[in-house]
Design a protein around this ligand. Sequence first.
Ligand SMILES: Nc1ncnc2c1ncn2[C@@H]1O[C@H](COP(=O)(O)OP(=O)(O)OP(=O)(O)O)[C@@H](O)[C@H]1O
Ligand SMILES: [Mg+2]
Length: 506
Amino acid sequence: MPADAPDDWLARAREVVRDATLGPRATHRGLVEEIGDGVARISGLLDVRLDEVLRFENGQVGFARVLDPDLIGAVMLDGATDVEAGDAVFGSGEVVQVPVGEGLLGRIVDPMGRPLDGGAPIEAGAHLPIERPAPGIIERDLVTEPVQTGIAVVDTLFALGRGQRELIVGDTATGRTTLAVDTLIAQRDSDIICIYVAIGQKTSSVRRAITALRTHADFARCIVLVASPADAPGLQWIAPYAGMTMAEYFRDRGQHALIVFDDLSKHAATHREIALLTEQSPGREAYPGDVFHIHARLLERAAKLSQARGGGSLTALPIAETDAGNLSAYIPTNLISITDGQIVLDSTLFHQGQKPAVDVGLSVSRVGGKTQAPLLREAAGSLRLDYAQFLELEVFTRFGGMPEGRVRTQLRRGERIREVLRQPQHRPLRLADEAALMIALRGGLMDGLAPEGVAAFRAALPGTLDHGASGALRMIAETGTLDTATRSALIAEMERLARSLAQAAE
Ligand SMILES: Nc1ncnc2c1ncn2[C@@H]1O[C@H](COP(=O)(O)OP(=O)(O)OP(=O)(O)O)[C@@H](O)[C@H]1O
Ligand SMILES: [Mg+2]
């Protein structure tokens, strides 16, 4: 008799019925009471955890954000157009997870790890929850290795270290995204893996950042995560946590990663929107009371791990937006107090053409200085002082006729410092370029040049070093210092460059 003859089929069916457990069974099932603006209020769902994934009757998903005894506030992860009041909802017992692993490198994904670049689905090594505990104090180490941002003003005055959290803050259109993206681009010369998280940013801005990364950075070592303003608020809300989880994968394997959150002001606004829709009590500026905590919890996960934990690091560059330069607004002050320093971008400087528009007086880096190469550290002290004095003198002498003597020298030096600290976008400098610039500045090699000459000097320097000072280049890259002979050779080479530029100008 053939295997699927009727008798056999009957026997198998009997077996299935015999083995089935009959009787009452508990499922976590609730009802949608209300839905709108990407937020659902659900009744009757017991035993739900914070951030637990909830499945709606029509297959859409959301997660629990607010747990009240009788009503759960859930945030949708999809557009949620088909969910209606009265629909059934089921708890899943799992928190929101995202794919992690090497498969994400070189990809553009949404906060759930779904590809946005038209490529194949992500081959994930594993899935991990978006909320994970930050490493404890014993698991951490001091920040001792530098992150080279390739931006002269940052590397000399506000150096960053691996594992540090540094806020980039400023008004809109002051070059915040550009500063962060340029830092990612500079990592093409390092072993740091880059993650760029765009939260609620304009499509044009995201596209510009992606193009810059694709053309200038080592894109095969970058992950771009995009939550657009049109996405469900839940998707925007999880974006920074999802990015952090993807970055932690590398940190925990002893590798080094750098993550940019562009920007957390938008994230705070999404958090406020969700909180107001779920009827949490509003506090200052209508943000709910936990807005400090959600960002502190996020940024605490950036860390330099101890040798016992593999020695990996995760550096975070959150971005925040100010209104008319007001750093004491709620979200900027929160983020300033959470991070290890801030780079303040100023719109007046930006409009004067001083780009990157870093406000040298208000910016600070509280940890990175220790990781700085000796050559830059030795330049930083006098540079900061000279520049600050120059800015003051400039104000006083603006209407006061032609200054004389020492004041005049200080003004000339200051103008050159300002010119040296300018930098076109997407053109990161190497440590050796920056160190050579500082040596040239302190040695007065550019004093004979007009401001345009200084710009030309800065632009021509990397090429000149490649050709005429490869010894110095190597020594700085390896040790961060120079011996006397190599330093003299470097200075001679730069003097030649300055002379030829001065002659060309005549
Ligand atoms: N160093 C620079 N040199 C030349 N142009 C720059 C530089 N930095 C920024 N820009 C230009 O300034 C404009 C604004 O920069 P960017 O988008 O980075 O600012 P933002 O503060 O992120 O603005 P948004 O508020 O739109 O997010 C861009 O067109 C960018 O190309
Ligand atoms: Mg921007």
